[in-house]
Design a binder for this molecule. Sequence first.
Ligand SMILES: NC(=O)c1ccc[n+]([C@@H]2O[C@H](COP(=O)([O-])OP(=O)(O)OC[C@H]3O[C@@H](n4cnc5c(N)ncnc54)[C@H](O)[C@@H]3O)[C@@H](O)[C@H]2O)c1
Length: 326
Amino acid sequence: MTRIVVTGGNGFIGSHLVERLARDGHEIVAYDTAPPPPDLPLHILPGVRHVKGDVTSESALASVITPAVDVVYHLSALVGVDRYLRQPLDVIDVNVLGTRNVLRLALDSGARVVVASTSEVYGKNPQVPWSEDSDRVLGVTSADRWTYSTSKALAEHMAFALTREHGLRATVVRFFNVYGPRQRPAYVVSRSVQRVLSGQAPEVYDTGRQTRCFTYIDDAIEGTVRAAAHPDAIGEAFNIGSHQETTVGEVIGLVREAAGFAGDNDVLDTGAAFGTAYQDIERRIPDTAKARTVLGWQCEVPLREGIARTVEWARRNPWWWRGPLD
Ligand SMILES: NC(=O)c1ccc[n+]([C@@H]2O[C@H](COP(=O)([O-])OP(=O)(O)OC[C@H]3O[C@@H](n4cnc5c(N)ncnc54)[C@H](O)[C@@H]3O)[C@@H](O)[C@H]2O)c1
């Protein structure tokens, strides 16, 4: 039995991680500003304690990241393009101040730490697939679009510097387009599922020819848990993503198929809707050789099956798709 803290433990990835770790018999604190998801009241999970708190408050965080803790999974963040555009300063604060607090406390308490990062750190580097050593290629600092990428990269820099200089045992996982049950309906899969179940047409941004590598939540959790356990993962970053490149148009087609939706798609002109602050990335593809070699991990759930599972879960949880768009 291991004592674990999951920051952002009530979010999409965090809640699935907490479920998995509880099933494995660990003792877990889910530390989050938000309450647990409605379909997962935490009291039903043995060994899980919910603590409401903000990662930007070092004193509050210090009450949970104590010398008794073995592993910290740091997942708290403000996620989603809508948030980078609406709350850029909060995005930076949570990623930079929050991560600094988590890392300092993990160092003091001797805990191992996994930092959730993102494919967005590679920015718009046109040379795909991206390996963990690929360059970061970003836009201008006047575009809020890049606050998330830049602040996550700073979080990574802090993790690597503390590992090298002070012996912190940190690992970075860079997630690529994770999808599945409970995800906020603000991303292509979750938003399309929400729309079709509530009788609206799915919305395609521009041509729908942008590609992504969609990663089912269970695969992302497996990669994350392995990253926390493997001794060779300390001081390293790993791409956690599917290698199956899919256009956004195709993935919307799979959602339509799984949900039995027959009408036309709506098309959104992002230039007109969001202005120049919005910059899409045409292709986002991970090279996953390192995760395969070091962690023995790769995605196992095919996209069609992951989408079918997500639609099935959503049908059983109308609170999710009947709720307002965040
Ligand atoms: N979902 C993806 O495809 C994806 C892709 C790349 C990276 N990530 C990263 O994975 C992590 C989890 O993302 P997610 O998709 O589960 O998002 P999410 O929004 O569902 O979860 C994030 C959680 O962090 C919490 N949080 C936000 N600010 C906080 C604060 N100041 N203090 C404490 N808790 C706070 C939120 O309440 C939320 O529950 C994030 O770090 C995100 O950047 C996710």
